[in-house]
Design a protein around this ligand. Structure first.
Ligand code: URP
Ligand code: ZN
Ligand code: ZN
Length: 464
């Protein structure tokens, strides 16, 4: 088996920071210690002045996903490659069970989408739209296949939304099969009425996407999710949390010992409702749900990340091109495909605005982007850790590298960036995925199709 030695770097994990070398043997980490002799390996990588991080894990992406009358513009080839450039070596994407169908069919469909295309490892969550007769047994089958988490929607009536009874039944089933239920927490019924009224009043511009989805509709749904977790005794993971009031619900529940976990995303930390009010149709670039909020919210979310009221930063990467996809809602904001791109920029943005700005320690940064996602979603310690035996998913991170985010240079297949012109300091220089150098100094060295499906364990960290 080939051996590679990464020398002179600073190893950063969720638990500690230390000077050490990393010896890779084949696909795994063999040893981490000070001054491993160069004779131990055939290939030497000098990491002087570099940080060595466990590969990023983005647990919330939508590649090649039919949604809003179109399909997200990155597929498993372009999306995983873009992720790799940004230091993310594992994704968990979402398969969708169309109403009235079996989850097995949806899983087969998504396996086909990913097969021979992914260049980093990936897992799948299953979006449940209908439990029908066999849905609960299907859930058990999915868990046996390594699909150990499910997403259910409290929003998008008539499309993805399920009722409380369905959510509650699914939650109770996880006590049996050890999966984790992820909830899109917004009160879809109320929002739908407000949206219809707005359209009827001729309020059709992108800004109305935010103005028709009140913070209280998110907080109420999180509150209901907490109650369902308490009654069922099963943990719940709230996806893409966007507001102070929703965060308060999570914090209060966690303080009471309810097993509630939540993620937020860079867009909610760094952008605001003002972006939806950009001139012309420009605001459509920022149409996703929950919507961007007033500027009072991001400081609260940063605080939540620091104090572990929020446990994960994912991207909710769901790109649609401005020119030919977002345009579908030119005359009606409710027809703008919901979603935004970001899988490539998560680590850069969180490092610059979190670590460099003094809001997060280095170790907390690693915990948020890699270690806790691995723990909660049944991948730890294979992923999310730098330790002997773990997969050699390693990011050689240059803390001094300056970089300007732009659609002109990014690798995501989308014609705009939500963070256009943002200047960051700190970027991935070299990326290893299972021991293979897949990105080096801005060049892609990986191979389309090398990424493997990850069978994830049930009863991950949320159950402990
Ligand atoms: O607007 C969004 N977030 N699009 C992706 C689907 C979802 O709700 O996560
Ligand atoms: Zn969602
Ligand atoms: Zn999403």
């Amino acid at each position: 088996m080939s051996r590679k030695l990464i020398r002179n770097g600073t190893v950063v994990t969720a638990a500690e920071t230390r000077q050490a070398d990393i010896l890779i043997e084949g696909e795994r980490i063999k040893e981490i210690s000070a001054a491993i002799p160069v004779s131990a390996a055939e290939e030497i990588v000098d990491a002087s002045r570099m940080l060595l991080l466990p590969g990023g894990i983005d647990v919330h992406t939508h590649l090649d996903m039919p949604f809003g009358g179109t399909t997200s513009s990155d597929d498993f080839e372009t999306g995983t490659k873009a992720a790799a450039f940004g230091g993310t070596t594992t994704l968990i994407d979402f398969a969708i069970q169309p109403k009235g169908t079996r989850m097995r069919d949806a899983l087969d469909t998504w396996w086909k989408k990913a097969e021979n295309r992914a260049s980093i490892d990936y897992g799948l969550h299953m979006i449940v739209t209908d439990l029908g007769e066999a849905g609960l047994d299907d859930m058990d089958e999915m868990v046996r296949e390594g699909v150990a988490s499910f997403k259910l929607f409290m929003a998008y009536p008539g499309v993805l939304m399920v009722d409380d009874a369905t959510i509650f039944q699914a939650l109770k089933r996880t006590a049996h099969n050890g999966a984790l239920i992820c909830l899109h927490a917004e009160n879809g019924g109320i929002i739908d009425v407000i949206v219809k009224n707005a359209i009827a009043e001729g309020k059709t511009a992108p800004i109305y996407h935010a103005l028709t989805r009140p913070v209280a509709a998110e907080a109420e749904a999180v509150h209901r999710a907490v109650a369902m977790s308490e009654i069922s005794g099963a943990p719940v993971y709230i996806v893409h949390l966007s507001s102070e009031e929703a965060l308060n619900e999570v914090r209060e529940a966690r303080d009471r010992g309810v097993p509630i976990f939540a993620e937020t995303c860079p867009q909610y930390l760094l952008l605001s409702i003002d972006d939806l009010a950009r001139p012309g149709f420009e605001g459509a670039k920022y149409v996703f749900t929950p919507p961007l909020r007033e500027k009072r919210h991001p400081p609260k979310l940063w605080d939540g990340l620091k104090h572990d009221h929020l446990q994960v930063v994912s991207t909710d990467h769901c790109p649609f091109c401005f020119e030919d996809q977002k345009i579908l809602g030119q005359n009606d904001f409710s027809k703008i495909p919901n979603g935004g791109p970001g899988v490539e920029n998560r680590l850069q943005l969180l490092y610059h605005h979190g670590v460099n700005a003094g809001k997060l320690t280095l170790n907390r940064f690693v915990e948020l982007v890699s270690t806790t996602p691995a723990r909660l979603f049944g991948l730890y310690p294979r992923k999310g850790e730098l330790a002997p035996g773990s997969d050699a998913d390693i990011v050689v991170w240059d803390p001094e590298a300056g970089y300007e985010i732009s659609a002109k240079t990014h690798h995501m297949r989308v014609d705009y960036s939500m963070f256009e012109g943002f200047r960051v300091k700190g970027n991935a220089r070299t990326v290893f995925s299972r021991g293979e150098k897949i990105v080096d100094n801005g060049s892609f060295l990986g191979r389309t199709g090398r990424g493997a499906f990850l069978k994830r364990d049930a009863r991950g960290g949320a159950w402990k």
